[in-house]
Design a protein around this ligand. Structure first.
Ligand SMILES: [Zn+2]
Length: 371
C-alpha cells in the first residue's frame, strides 16, 4: 500500500507532465488481481483510467470517482522534495499525497482485497480516475460522453478526496470567467487616436464593485462569492493598449444558474456601451463545475453514514467532479483519508495510518452495498 502511494506521488501528474504514468501504475496494481483495466490516453500523456469489476448485476453498482492529476509544486518551502514520496514519522510527504493519491491508494487496495477474497458481488464496482480535475474537468467530461450509455445502473458514487473521514454531501460550484475589454492601439504620443482598453477595464471594474450576484443563502454552504484575481493589459509603455483582461473566480450555490451570471455581465457591458459607444468587452468561461448537493436523507447516504459511523453530513470548501455524476442521477458522497487543509500547500502529507483506515472503510462500504 505504501509502495503504491509513493509510486503515484513520484508519477508527478501535473498538467505539464500528464496523467499517463499514474494510470499505468494503477493498471499494473489492479492487474495483479486480474482486474480488467482500461487506460484512455490522448494528447501529451493525458490519461483517464477505469476498471470495472463485474457482478451478477442484481444491485446497482458503486463508483469510486478519483482524479489522477495534481497541481504543480515548486521546491520552495518543502522539507522533502514534492515528488520524491518521502516517508517520515508515519507520514508520506509529497504533492498529491492528500489530494488525492492517498484516497486512490486506499480505494485501489480495498478493491484488490475484495477481489482477492473471492466474495460474490451483486453489483459492479467501477473505479474511475480522471485527468484534469484540477484544471478543466476534461477527463470526467470525456469519460461521461464515452461511457454514459455503457455504465451499469449506479447506486452511488464515492469520491475519496480528503475529508478526514467526514461524510461530505455538498460543495459550491465553480465559475471561472475571463473578461476582456478591447480598444484600439495607437502611438501613445497621440492617445486620442486610439481607444485605451485599460481605461475601459477601469470603468468595468468600477461597475463590478457595485455588482452583487443574486442568491439565496444555503444552510450548509453559506454564500455565493466573487473575486477578481488577475489582471493583464498593455504591451509597451508607448502604445495605447488594445486589450485588457481580468480573471474572476465565482463560487456558486446549488440551483444557481451560471448562465444568469453571464447575462448580468453582458447587461453591464451594454450599460457601459450606452455611456461610451467605444466600450467593447466580452466574457468567456474558463472553467465551470456545478455545485454538489446530495440529499442527506436518501437511502444511499443514510446507509453510507451507518457503515462509517458518521452521525451527520458536512460541506467542504473545495469542488470535485462529483456534480457531473450527480447530474446522471447518482447520489454522490465525498469521503476519504487526510486533512483537506493540507491540499495544494508545501509539505502536503498524509498519515499512513489514515490510508489504512480508509481501506477498511471502503471494504465495508463495498460489502454493504454490493453483497
Ligand atoms: Zn482533489
Amino acid at each position: 500500500m505504501k509502495k503504491l502511494l509513493k509510486k503515484l506521488i513520484q508519477a508527478e501528474t501535473t498538467a505539464q507532465k500528464g496523467e499517463l504514468a499514474a494510470a499505468e501504475i494503477i493498471s499494473d496494481e489492479l492487474g495483479r488481481s486480474g482486474v480488467d483495466c482500461r487506460i484512455d490516453s490522448w494528447g501529451q500523456n493525458r490519461a483517464n483510467f477505469n476498471a470495472q469489476i463485474k457482478s451478477n448485476g442484481r444491485k446497482g453498482g458503486l463508483l469510486f470517482l478519483c482524479h489522477l492529476d495534481v497541481i504543480a509544486a515548486s521546491e520552495k518551502g518543502w522539507k522533502h522534495l514534492p515528488f520524491a514520496g518521502v516517508e517520515s514519522n508515519g507520514k508520506i510527504y509529497g504533492r498529491g499525497s492528500v489530494d488525492m493519491k492517498g484516497g486512490i491508494t486506499a480505494a485501489v487496495t480495498a478493491i484488490r482485497e475484495i477481489v482477492d477474497s473471492g466474495v460474490k458481488l451483486e453489483g459492479d464496482i467501477i473505479f474511475f480516475a480522471a485527468a484534469g480535475e484540477e484544471t478543466d474537468s476534461c477527463g470526467t467530461r470525456r469519460f461521461i460522453s464515452d461511457f454514459n450509455n455503457r455504465l451499469p445502473k449506479i447506486a452511488g458514487v464515492v469520491v475519496p478526496e480528503p475529508t478526514d473521514f467526514e461524510v461530505v454531501t455538498a460543495h459550491r460550484g465553480i465559475l471561472w470567467l475571463e473578461v476582456k475589454t478591447f480598444g484600439k492601439a495607437a502611438h501613445s504620443s497621440t492617445p486620442e487616436l486610439g481607444v485605451n482598453a485599460i481605461t475601459s477595464m477601469k470603468s468595468l471594474l468600477a461597475e463590478l464593485e457595485n455588482y452583487e450576484i443574486q442568491f439565496q443563502p444555503h444552510k450548509l454552504l453559506g454564500k455565493c462569492s466573487m473575486s477578481v484575481n488577475t489582471i493583464t493589459g498593455g504591451k509597451e509603455i508607448n502604445v495605447v493598449p488594445d486589450k485588457c483582461s481580468i480573471g474572476i473566480d465565482i463560487r456558486t450555490l446549488p440551483r444557481q444558474n451560471h448562465q444568469e451570471i453571464i447575462s448580468d455581465f453582458e447587461k453591464i457591458f451594454a450599460k457601459l456601451k450606452q455611456k461610451n459607444p467605444r466600450f467593447e468587452a466580452s466574457v468567456f468561461i474558463v472553467r465551470e463545475v456545478g455545485a454538489l448537493e446530495t440529499d442527506s436523507g436518501c437511502d444511499f447516504v443514510r446507509d453510507f453514514c451507518s457503515v462509517v459511523g458518521a452521525s451527520e453530513t458536512k460541506a467542504v470548501g473545495f469542488a470535485t467532479d462529483g456534480p457531473y455524476f450527480a447530474s446522471l442521477g447518482a447520489p454522490v458522497v465525498i469521503f476519504g483519508p487526510g486533512k483537506p487543509q493540507l491540499a495544494h500547500k508545501p509539505d502536503e502529507y498524509i498519515d499512513i495510518a489514515d490510508v489504512g483506515k480508509a481501506v477498511e472503510y471502503y471494504k465495508k462500504v463495498i460489502l454493504k452495498f454490493l453483497t
